[in-house]
Ligand binder design. Structure first.
Ligand code: BG6
Length: 500
């Protein structure tokens, strides 16, 4: 008798590993003024047809004038984050597609300004609460675990205009009230929470991350670090509240991990890379170790930064550290004391020095799958808490062919390479809870407000001006990722004879 040969590869991923995808409310929902929602920071961002991807900070810059014009502008026209992909009305259809993909988890954010339209309201907006109730019920119906970010670039604009954004300590109370409201309301539906999306954005993009308007500040850096401190305290207080509300909760911080390699073996470059990494990791240091790392003393002194703290802050941070670290990973960066030798390229949230060893996407983001393994190993060695990769994906210009097919082999290739490194990191002993790709479905780009920079497994028929049927179509990568999830990450092979 012939021996039977098993063709099913075995998986290195644990049985309880959570596979899924991610979106943010402001990039997907639309309904910017529906059911009592207030305006948020994201609603202030217009679409610029002319773009210089190597100069991202100019593209993402929001001034007092931009805000004034946006507030006068009463429709969604020209403001893509106001219309998104209409997830607000189509969430059932979209969640059914995620269920078909096999998602075990789905990462989304609650839009703060849908719950507390001005941020400082004393009572929440019931219609806003009901919307997320419906969404979570729908997810549960399909056995999909919600992974919910409390703050993903959706601060009520009123808090920016009246209080100066997160640099004002009073905002901590408003945020805690909002967080307690939603964590109490959804305690039977949501177990996994993240506090601030890419908390380091507050330093890189102070308006997007911290509601800091540059032209209103004498010293933007000072204001940003003060805002960041308030977010750290708020995150710790919310972590405490989450555990009081539901002892089974799992609450994590979220970092845009921007790993820096030295451009050369020169000690100067190595030191620069070390400093850049320390400054990126200070965010996880505070939220996981419960205190500012030593380097901040010198760094703050050198830059004339003084952080006002209350006497109780140190204990608050120390006693309420997170359960796990979540992070986004798109690219690695290089550090050098001679940046002029390398040229500049685009990147996640800011432009960066070009690494001659890496290929780039059309938007200039450098592709480095091995960097994901390096990051996973490094974070686990440093903190020894579980890790969750909550953003990783490829922004690309997909084409819907005449026969309706969307053949995104480049995306499959991207995910195959990154998931391979994820598996390698597990073999290296890293404890990884799950992986949510960015984004599950095409949404509006955070940095460029474009539609044509697509990340999803599901194509949405809409262009950069907001025209289109909004119909959803499965891409080739949809079938591929479905197979990956069904095999718990073991089968990353190509799709043979793919038809749709
Ligand atoms: C991350 C953000 O920085 O990158 C997401 O958390 C964002 O909101 C993602 O969409 C991809 O960036 P972009 O600018 O290409 O949409």
């Amino acid at each position: 008798m012939k021996p039977t040969v098993s063709t099913t590869p075995t998986s290195i991923f644990p049985d309880n590993f959570l596979w899924g995808g991610a979106i943010a409310a402001n990039q997907a929902e639309g309904g910017f003024d529906a059911d009592g929602k207030g305006l948020s920071t994201a609603d202030m961002v217009p679409y610029y047809a002319k773009k210089d991807y190597a100069n991202l900070s100019a593209l993402m810059h929001v001034s007092s004038e931009t805000i004034e014009q946006a507030i006068q502008h009463k429709t969604a026209d020209g403001y893509p984050k106001r219309y998104g992909i209409d997830f607000f009305h189509r969430y059932k259809e979209d969640i059914a597609l995620f269920a078909e993909l096999g998602f075990q988890t789905f990462r989304l954010s609650i839009n703060w300004s849908r719950i507390f339209p001005n941020g400082d309201d004393t009572e929440p907006n019931e219609a806003g609460l009901q919307f997320y109730d419906n969404v979570f019920t729908e997810l549960r119906k399909h056995n999909i675990e919600p992974l919910v970010t409390l703050s993903h670039y959706e601060m009520p604009i009123h808090l920016v205009l009246q209080y100066g954004g997160w640099k004002n300590r009073r905002v901590i109370d408003f945020f805690v009230r909002y967080a307690e409201t939603v964590m109490e309301r959804y305690k039977d539906k949501v177990t996994y929470w993240l506090t601030f999306n890419e908390i380091n954005t507050t330093i890189i993009e102070p308006f997007t991350g911290g509601g800091i308007v540059g032209d209103r500040e004498d010293n933007v850096m000072q204001a940003s670090y003060q805002a960041l401190h308030h977010q750290f305290v708020a995150s710790a207080l919310v972590t405490k509240a989450a555990r009081d509300i539901n002892p089974n909760v799992q609450i994590g911080c979220m970092l845009a991990r921007m790993i820096h390699y030295p451009a050369t073996s020169s000690p100067e470059d190595v030191l620069q890379a070390q400093i850049d990494n320390q400054l990126n990791l200070l965010h996880t240091d505070v939220q996981v170790r419960g205190k500012y790392p030593a380097i901040t003393q010198r760094y703050f002194a050198d830059h004339g930064i003084t952080i006002e703290q209350q006497p109780e802050d140190a204990d608050t941070l120390q006693m309420n550290t997170v359960d796990f670290i979540s992070f986004s990973y798109y690219t690695s960066l290089i550090s050098t004391v001679n940046p002029e030798q390398y040229g500049v390229t685009g990147g996640n949230l800011y432009s960066t020095v070009k690494n001659p060893n890496l290929k780039v996407t059309e938007w200039g983001w450098q592709l480095d799958p091995i960097g994901l393994r390096v990051v996973l190993k490094e974070l686990y060695d440093r903190y020894e808490v579980p890790l969750f990769v909550v953003e990783n994906g490829l922004g690309a210009r997909d084409v819907r062919e005449e026969d309706g097919r969307i053949v995104d082999d480049y995306r499959i290739d991207y995910f195959r390479q990154h998931i391979t490194q994820l598996a390698e990191a597990i073999r290296d002993g890293v404890d990884i809870m799950g992986y949510t790709s960015w984004g599950a479905i095409d949404i509006i780009s955070a940095s460029t407000s474009e539609m044509s920079k697509r990340y999803g497994f599901i194509y949405v028929d809409q262009d950069d001006e907001g025209k289109g049927t909004l119909n959803r179509y499965k891409k080739k990568s949809f079938d591929w990722y479905q197979k990956v999830i069904a095999s718990n990450g073991a089968d990353l092979s190509d799709l043979d004879n793919w038809q749709r």
